[in-house]
Design a protein around this ligand. Sequence first.
Ligand SMILES: [Zn+2]
Length: 487
Amino acid sequence: MIQRGLLLFFMVAFLLVWPSQAQDNTANVTIHVVQRGETLYRIAQQYGLTVSDLAALNGLLDPSNIKVGQRLLVPIAGNPIPAQPLTHIVQAGETLRSIAQLYNQTIEELAARNNITDINTLYIGQVLALSNAQSPAPSPTQPQPTPIAQVAQAPAPASSANSILYVVQRGDTLFRIATRYGVTVNTLTQANSISDPTLIYAGQQIIIPAGEAPQIALDLPATISQLDVSPTLLVEGKSARIQFTSTVPMNVGGTFLDKTLNVASEESNTRHTIFVGIPVFTSAGIYPVTLVLTDANGAQTSLTLNLQIVAGGYGRESLTIGADQADLLNPNVEAAEQAVLQSVMGRFSPTRYFDGPMGLPAAASITSPFGRNRSYNGGPFDRFHSGTDFAGAPGTPVLAAASGVVVMVDRLNIRGNATIIDHGWGIYTGYWHQTEQYVSVGDIVSTGQVIGTIGSTGRVTGPHLHWELWVNGLPVDPMQWVQQPFP
Ligand SMILES: [Zn+2]
């Protein structure tokens, strides 16, 4: 309220100070609070303005003399910032009907405005235009205003003080994101330790502190509540979590990407969690998750969610394997070993051992990230790096990334001395190429426990730990699980 009053005050001030520009741009102003280390030049640049414009507007005689905490008026080119949101981002559980209702529009209007011919194609994270007005605020890195940016964001988690996780999309600028959520660019740069506001990239996750969660118009079967899909935007090679509550005990089954889903049901079968892995090489697109809930009387409820999958952008690398190890590239050897891994990590244990983010498996630097498309000895790029590599001197401790049960300690041809830990709920981690292995099958390990040492056993180009993480029978990017994967 105070901020709104202040804004009004400044808008009035703006009219008085700059009447010639203000004629049809009465709302085109925002306030920038000067932060430590900022210069007027820097601020002007951030908003696509000149220093002299900014100085004139704020009555600054000496542009080099600005103070931390000082409030500057910043004009915004283009259309006025509307009081109403311009767009609605589709949340899990919403339909075109419920969204139309929320904004007092007809389904037909909303569908026509967004070129939607089949209302069942609506997907989570889709941005719907609510009016025909253009988005506000073209900004420095975006000279051509695009009508609607593709955005996606997770709903505000109840536990983390109203912050919103936003995934930057192509064409976004920090200014535009800030405007959408009613925060300043500085709030975002500080919350995310961004040193240069012009340097954000598609796919980057941005925390919007104390952001207003979007209005949600749920349209779920009566027996389902608290549906959540995290993250909203799925990425090839990464994991996602679907969670919901049923009002009565339910047995839940489902499919996604032609795979049967494993469902963990707690609280007398009313709280359901599904982890899914998205295979590397999945084409970008919209894919349905189909869930079927069966109650004690055999009555069924089904629910289909459309999820958007985008490319992982993992890049490629060519590797050369010496003649002495060439037999390890034999497809039969590879297939046999893959079958061993599948037989262990394709299972599902209903007990959950992991809790919160995973720890790193070694105090060593990452030399090769997950997902790179690979060619061996000049062959096609038809394989991918199925884990994250950590370089470490032989003998460096290998640590359990999370609590779990050791389910394999073996010596494999390609993966060398390999240990697999079952963390429950279809989540497994694998540790390859070790020298020493200190644990045995059946051991219960805890996060950070030393389970072996880094080595160079198996198909390697040097000593390192290859760390792998499987979800529902698929290897996915393990580092996602280290960085607060599902807020
Ligand atoms: Zn590796």
